[in-house]
Design a protein around this ligand. Structure first.
Ligand code: F0G
Length: 356
């Protein structure tokens, strides 16, 4: 089968009509990779990584964006707009271009990873760098889209959630018709946890799965409003994607946690970076810092004795490591070995036997 993208493949579970344009960059169908190393170290039955960095723009956002932009186009809109910590802007820019409509993105100045910024610019979006944070940007975007003929494509747009829930369907399909026991993911604006939970519930209600997973959400320690139970005015974290102090889908996240008997807890920047490094060094998977929050959280919970030892756990890896090369190089760049352009010197440097 040639993968047709999420709208076409999952159309029966999505709000599509005859008039919905067949928009796609063949997003979705991302791998569910079994852990080689971490699974053995943690007390788990099985550990999988849903690698959403394999989507066309390198993050899970493409699933929801394809829906939101297709619907905007169906409704005759010619401009879309979003606030973003980076990935949403990259995805919105790409899909808007594909749909032949224009795109405006509002991003927090200096707090957006290089890869994401370059994508939005390359896809021809109008990029406004805000002297402020994501929460302020979203408030402004809400105002503009409510008062001008501009379609909002943040995850408060319900079509975004609809598209994103397809990831939970894929998890089930790749696990041959079963839901995992736990699904761990990073939480920022809380659209994704809301979407996964919606998807699992939908398939449960249709009888396609016999059980529901516990949803394990993880926020960065200094950007953890859902853990604190109140908005954070000045959120901070190295994981800029989830540097959010007042999540729009607050209610959805709390429902996912409560209904699934899951949890939303925090992990420190140190734990996030350690998990990112572990994924790269031991599993061969390069993710951006925010994505590593799911793995950092599962490690933390395992160490605290949360797992009984038989659980099948899926960690969602939301974005590709190439999104944020600066952080990676800052963390590990010191390992580069400088050498001169000399065959002899390099042979010696590598400790190889000299050949004449
Ligand atoms: N991981 C990555 C890589 C993200 O880009 C985001 C959110 C999240 C996790 C959190 O997902 O917001 O649904 O809880 N990025 C948004 C953006 C905010 O603008 O790109 P969430």
């Amino acid at each position: 089968m040639i993968w047709p993208g999420v709208i076409s493949y999952f159309s029966q579970y999505l709000p599509v009509t005859d008039k919905t344009p067949a928009l796609t960059l063949q997003e979705g169908n991302t791998p569910l990779i079994r852990s080689y190393h971490l699974e053995k170290k943690l007390n788990l039955g099985a550990l999988f990584f849903k690698f959403e960095g394999m989507n066309p723009t390198g993050s899970f956002k493409d699933r929801g964006m394809v829906m939101a932009v297709a619907k905007a186009k169906e409704e005759g809109r010619s401009v879309v707009m979003c606030a973003s910590t980076g990935n949403t802007s990259a995805s919105a820019a790409a899909y808007a271009k594909r749909a032949g409509i224009s795109c405006i993105v509002l991003v927090p100045e200096g707090k957006i990873a290089l890869g994401k910024l370059s994508q939005a610019l390359m896809h021809g979006a109008r990029v406004l760098a805000l002297e402020g944070n994501f929460d302020q940007a979203l408030a402004i975007v809400r105002f503009i889209t409510a008062n001008y003929p501009v379609a909002l494509v943040n995850s408060i747009n319900p079509y975004r959630i609809e598209g994103q829930k397809t990831a939970s369907f894929e998890v089930v399909e790749w696990l041959e018709g079963e839901a995992p026991d736990c699904l761990a993911l990073p939480v920022g604006n809380a659209g994704n946890i809301t979407a996964y939970w919606k998807g699992f519930k939908q398939w449960y209600q249709l009888g396609k799965i016999k059980s529901l997973p516990r949803m394990l959400g993880f926020q960065a320690a200094l950007s953890a409003p859902l853990v604190l139970g109140r908005p954070v005015e000045n959120p901070q974290t190295v994981a800029t994607a989830i540097r959010i102090g007042n999540p729009a889908s607050w209610q959805g996240a709390v429902e996912a946690k409560n209904e699934s008997e899951g949890l939303i807890e925090s992990v420190t920047d140190e734990e996030i970076l350690a998990a990112q490094r572990l994924l790269s060094e031991e599993e061969g998977i390069f993710v951006e810092p925010a994505s590593a929050a799911s793995v950092a959280g599962v490690i933390k919970k395992s160490q605290a004795g949360y797992f009984l030892g038989k659980e099948k756990v899926v960690c969602v890896l939301t974005g590709h490591g190439l999104k944020d090369p600066d952080i990676a190089i800052k963390e590990i760049g010191g390992k580069i070995e400088r050498v001169s352009a000399s065959r002899k010197e390099i042979v010696k440097h590598l400790g190889l036997e000299e050949k004449v």
